[in-house]
Write a protein that binds this ligand. Structure first.
Ligand code: NAD
Ligand code: IPM
Ligand code: MN
Length: 352
């Protein structure tokens, strides 16, 4: 029997709740498809930090390196500043394994009411390819003269040719396989260095993909158009920060943060990829037992696809779609129900 080794990092807050819930579903899907997912749990996160002064051990990346893939819940805790926790755990994994594609599908499923009037099942279906290793998250900068009135903080964005070309090319490839429509997001009216560079690279790479039509949007207009005409988007390619912001909009117009999955991947690379729900640790609902586990289950579906186990990946995805389509099935409060996390995964297991 095929067996895969997956490192599981539940992290903080509802990350732990949704990861635990999701595992029971994945184990069932794997058993059905005749393979095994062996998980190794790493209790890294803010509790670990409060205990030992580090979010993960110094050799954390080395410990993860040999796994087939990684699953992460969420990171972030009200008692420790976010820049400490995120730069101690989530961001170093994305960057350390050079997971330059952050792939974030946004689909309006049957049974989900979009807050946008007139949108029904399937009317919204696009995927964001977010650059995931550089851009505005490059950690270039510093803060000087603390406390003086001439105190300064500099936070520069770094765009390399290699980094930009590869995310743009990955997005073109995806568009060629989907509807053939790519939207490139910039702010090249104001940011005349990095974003004009990005535009130039999009124009260059576009010559390799004659079947793909390219639309360029400024990020402010894109935020508007994701609300005004989301049905026209197919593949969206954006820098690290712009992709982050637009995917929260994408999650909300397709129902909830609790439904939005993601994968951080380096296509063709031997290092593990990392899959995670788009949402955070949600301190406002932690402990209430109502966190929506579906973003986690859909992220597992993407993880299994990445391992080549597409039948099991499809089975998980379909179980979620079927559950949402059935009016009497349990659903969590973020999507209009009254059920708890456990009810939702128990129902999912019964569908596999
Ligand atoms: P969040 O995604 O945690 O929560 C935003 C809102 O969405 C909250 O009202 C929350 O209750 C709701 N929500 C999120 N996930 C849900 C789910 N599965 N089911 C039901 N409702 C859900 O974002 P935030 O409040 O801005 O951030 C909280 C903490 O998480 C911060 O520390 C932040 O830095 C961190 N964060 C981490 C990640 C990550 O680990 N990938 C992502 C985003 C935010
Ligand atoms: C996300 C999150 C992270 C990001 C934060 C928590 C650093 O918002 O995964 O969308 O900006 O990438
Ligand atoms: Mn985000």
């Amino acid at each position: 029997m095929d067996s895969y080794e997956v490192a599981v990092i539940p992290g903080d807050g509802i990350g732990v709740e949704v990861v635990d819930a999701g595992l029971s579903v994945v184990e069932r899907a794997a058993a059905d498809a005749g393979f095994e997912v062996e998980t190794t749990r790493f209790d890294w996160g803010t509790e670990h930090y409060l205990d030992r002064g580090e979010m993960m051990p110094d050799d954390g990346l080395d410990r993860l390196r040999g796994f087939d893939n990684i699953f992460l819940g969420a990171v972030g805790h009200p008692e420790v500043p976010d820049h400490v926790t995120l730069h101690g755990l989530l961001l170093p994994i994305r960057k350390g394994f050079d997971q330059y594609v952050c792939k974030r599908p946004n689909v309006l499923f049957e049974g989900i009411d979009s807050p946008l009037r007139g949108y029904g099942p399937g009317d919204i279906d696009f995927v964001v390819y977010r650059e995931n290793t550089e851009g505005e998250y490059a950690s270039v900068g510093g803060r000087e003269h603390r406390g003086f009135d001439h105190e300064t903080a500099v936070q520069s964005a770094l765009f390399t040719r290699r980094g930009t070309e590869r995310i743009v090319r990955a997005a073109f490839r995806a568009a060629a396989e989907r509807e053939g429509h790519l939207t490139s997001i910039t702010k090249s009216n104001a940011q005349a260095h990095s974003m004009v560079f990005w535009d130039d690279i999009v124009a260059e790479v576009s010559t390799e993909f004659p079947s793909v039509d390219v639309e360029r949007l400024l990020v402010d207009a894109a935020a508007m158009d994701l609300i005004r005409r989301p049905h026209e988007f197919d593949v969206v390619v954006a820098s690290n920060l712009f992709g982050d912001i637009l995917t929260d909009i994408g999650a909300q117009i397709t129902g909830s943060m609790g439904l939005a999955p993601s994968g951080n991947v380096h296509p063709g690379d031997a290092n593990p990829s990392m899959f995670e729900p788009v949402h955070g640790s949600a301190p406002d609902i932690v402990g209430d037992g109502v966190a929506n586990p579906l973003a986690t289950v859909l992220s597992w579906s993407m993880l299994l696809d990445d391992l080549g186990e597409t039948a099991a990946g499809d089975a998980l995805w379909s179980a979620v779609v079927d559950q949402l389509a059935e009016e009497s099935a349990p659903r969590t409060p973020d999507i209009g129900g009254t059920a708890g996390t456990e009810d939702v995964v128990a129902d999912l297991r019964s569908r596999l």
